[in-house]
Design a binder for this molecule. Structure first.
Ligand SMILES: [Zn+2]
Length: 450
């Protein structure tokens, strides 16, 4: 008989606490409460989608009712209670989807069944998306929460804890689940691929985890789809096509065109993306990701460890084309664009942004301008110092031999003397200074106009 197909997220759902990834401190707290038998009446698991809220709630429920705990805290997954919970047949662990059972009648049903004692140790209600309940339902629930019998437990899960009544939250022990890191998601996806005997490129895994934004379930669903559509090895190119990402080489080409200040490339770039039918606001996010990677390389090459050697090499080459400040300027321009045109990103908007970015080679940011002015001023001063030193070297030696003052004193005297000289020279060189200020004015105007 052909085995029934099970989606990856379900097939690889953790059956024990040690299989849970990315939520170590919460797992530790839960295990301790099982170990020391200090169980609260209600728990609230909050966090973004796909981070393991209901998985943890189910594991906790399983462990509480397991007849044969392993290592004192892990559910055995063999006893009657464990297998019933795993197949959703348990009468003691009742799962309610708050999104579709949000009315007062649904909660009344809970209140009505609470009186019946569980066949195991505890009767546990797991309410998913609890924030979706109506106000009346919340109030009905609150009554139950105020004085629940000792063997009744509530596990709530929500992606939006701010929408849960404070009076409910205050009666719960709260667990805030973290987004799962790319590193952990990639490890998990690698393990799944290996188990399924499927080949997948490292860059492809990186792209999937990046796209999933810390949601393991999303990442697993994507992997599932990719495996379904292709029998062969999953490459980065395949993932990019499937997810609608742009070929990274197109971004590296952009880097090279920016370094040449080739403004006409702005239109070529947008035309190409437009003709591919890509969502333009989404491209901005991809551009941000690209320039962020370049900036990370400027600071710390280790941050890009998930990229393959080939891609990393291209990033290193591109990164050398920019100054740190230029990358900050570009990222700033891109994030401003997303704020401005959040809901209606048109072709013309993208063209303007791209023109601005390519032209940024010629436009100095305010930061760079100020930095350059300071440098110019410093070099003016140091020229004076070196001139003075050139003029009067013998005196300096005599000074050392005769008086033998401490080094600090010498520096202080020298600096005071030089400052006076510099002031004089600046006033003498007023015309040069004026030119500098005019130059600054022109650059500022250019920034304001773009
Ligand atoms: Zn068990």
């Amino acid at each position: 008989m052909k085995e029934k197909y099970q989606i990856l997220a379900r097939r690889y759902r953790p059956q024990s606490f040690k299989e849970v990834i990315g939520q170590d401190s919460i797992v530790k707290t839960i295990k301790n409460s099982i170990l020391y038998k200090r169980i609260a009446h209600a728990y609230l698991f909050s966090g973004t989608r796909g981070t393991g809220k209901t998985t943890l709630a189910r594991l906790f429920a399983k462990a509480l009712n397991c007849k044969n705990l392993k290592e004192e805290t892990e559910p055995c997954n063999v006893c009657g209670s464990c297998t019933e919970i795993a197949t959703s047949r348990s009468l003691d662990v009742i799962e309610i989807d708050g999104a579709s059972n949000r009315g007062i009648d649904d909660i009344r049903q809970i209140n009505d069944t609470i009186g019946y004692s569980p066949s195991g140790k505890y009767k546990i209600y797991i309410i998913d998306e609890v924030h979706m309940l109506t106000k009346e339902a919340f109030n009905a629930l609150l009554k139950t929460l105020e004085e629940p019998p000792e063997n009744i437990k509530f596990f709530f899960a929500t992606t939006e804890p701010q929408k849960v009544l404070p009076t409910i939250i205050s009666r719960c022990q709260r667990f805030e689940l973290k987004r799962i890191s790319n590193e952990l998601i990639i490890d998990k996806l690698s393990a799944i691929s290996k188990d399924l005997e499927r080949e997948i490129e490292k860059d492809a895994l990186y792209q999937i985890s990046n796209f999933s934004e810390g949601s393991l379930r999303d990442a697993q669903s994507l992997l599932d789809q990719l495996f379904c559509y292709s029998d062969g090895k999953i490459t980065l190119e395949y993932v990019n096509n499937a997810l609608g990402f742009i070929d990274p080489d197109f971004f590296f080409e952009l880097d090279s065109q920016i370094s040449k200040a080739n403004t006409s490339f702005a239109f070529d770039f947008v035309n190409k993306i437009h003709s591919l039918g890509k969502d333009l606001s989404y491209i901005i996010e991809e551009l941000i990701e690209h320039f962020k990677n370049l900036l990370i390389l400027k600071f710390n090459a280790k941050a890009s460890k998930f990229l393959s050697e080939a891609i990393l090499k291209k990033y290193v080459l591109s990164s050398a084309l920019y100054q740190e400040e230029e990358l900050f300027y570009i990222l700033d321009t891109l994030t401003q664009a997303t704020i401005l045109h959040k809901n209606y990103f048109k072709k013309i908007h993208l063209e303007t942004v791209m023109l601005k970015i390519i032209k940024s080679k010629n436009v100095l940011s305010l930061d760079i301008l100020v930095k350059r002015l300071i440098e110019l001023e410093k070099s003016l001063q140091s020229n004076q110092i070196s001139n003075i030193e050139k003029k009067e070297p013998p005196q300096k030696n005599e000074f050392f031999q005769k008086q033998e003052p401490s080094k600090n004193e010498i520096d202080l005297q020298k600096v005071n003397f030089n400052l006076e000289e510099t002031k004089k020279s600046i006033s003498k060189d007023q015309s040069h200074y004026d030119t500098l200020v005019r130059f600054a004015q022109v650059e500022l105007d250019a920034i304001n106009k773009t």
